[in-house]
Design a binder for this molecule. Sequence first.
Ligand code: NAI
Ligand code: ISE
Length: 335
Amino acid sequence: MTLKLGVIGIGAIGKDHIKRIHHKLSRASIVAVSDVNREQTDAFLSQECISAMYFENGIDLIQSKDVDAILVTSWGPTHEEFVLAAVEAGKFVFCEKPLAVTAEGCRQIVDAEIKAGKRLVQVGFMRRFDRGYRQLRNVISEQEMGLPLILNCAHRAPAAPGFFGDMAISDSLVHEFDVLRWLLQDDYVSAQVIQPRGTRLCDEGLQDPHVILLRTRDGILINIESFVNCQYGYDIQCNIICESGTVSLPEPSSLQRRHNARLSTEIIVDWQERFVDAFDVELQEWIDATLAGEMNGPSAWDGYVVAVTADVCLKAKHSGAIEAIDIPEKPTFYQ
Ligand SMILES: NC(=O)C1=CN([C@@H]2O[C@H](COP(=O)(O)OP(=O)(O)OC[C@H]3O[C@@H](n4cnc5c(N)ncnc54)[C@H](O)[C@@H]3O)[C@@H](O)[C@H]2O)C=CC1
Ligand SMILES: O=C1[C@@H](O)[C@H](O)[C@@H](O)[C@H](O)[C@H]1O
């Protein structure tokens, strides 16, 4: 059986996902697309030799009898409406982060899914599907080096636009907020945001870098450096200090060159390449699970917890204080 997919939002990641589904993955086909920019959409489909129905309105695509399941890859503020419509239609939906741009919006989706009585929503936190992060999680869950005590992480990107402001936390660090709680099987209880000397190599008025200190329910201290104008590359670091040793996320594989009296490797420069394998595994597992009528990935509840965490981090950024992260008890529906 082939899963007939509709994609809403044919921009950077929408195109990436359509290309991987059409050219690389199995058991799914792109049968419908929707984007407010029709010209861009038609040009892309023609370039990729993909024949798909075009819907001007994402809701019509969701409700189409020719669409089995939906990918939401449009701008963040549009996600809540489309995900709620997919839940109402009883269709599986893969929504790129964020699930919604507010915690309240995420909670609406959680409540709608519980009311529908079936888990239909997966959120695009692809790092859970990265081989390196999965290896880290095994080391922690098997207590190979005892209990984790401290995590030192970094989310660095070469450059960010002047409007990126709070988005370094709400749009980028959401990946750390999700993958670290999944990796530790723990949850956050407080956040502090410290702003060191700012780099001059960024747009006027942008504060960068930030340091975010999270404390977990089990007492683990997490230090995350967010530096989105680091100039040199796209660099994701995760180092875990345990009772009897340390373990780190592996560097992405790269050729090692010895040339002109230098020993060198490359550094990746954008998000598309850094987790390309994780995106493939994430979507193939989602396709397979959806065909089996299951949802095993990051849930709407995970999207809600991340949104709550991001909101508190932004509050801490502006207050300068240590702020409590109050995450409600996880509904049994999501156990
Ligand atoms: N998992 C990851 O690592 C990444 C996730 N993302 C997420 O994916 C989403 C899209 O990001 P990008 O592809 O970078 O943005 P983009 O701006 O390149 O593409 C967004 C597309 O959505 C379309 N769009 C906007 N409103 C629409 C509507 N009402 N109906 C249909 N189409 C609409 C736009 O015309 C545009 O083509 C964002 O939520 C972003 O956070 C983006 C990059 C990486
Ligand atoms: O989700 C992503 C982008 O939307 C975001 O803008 C980047 O900073 C992240 O690294 C990438 O994974």
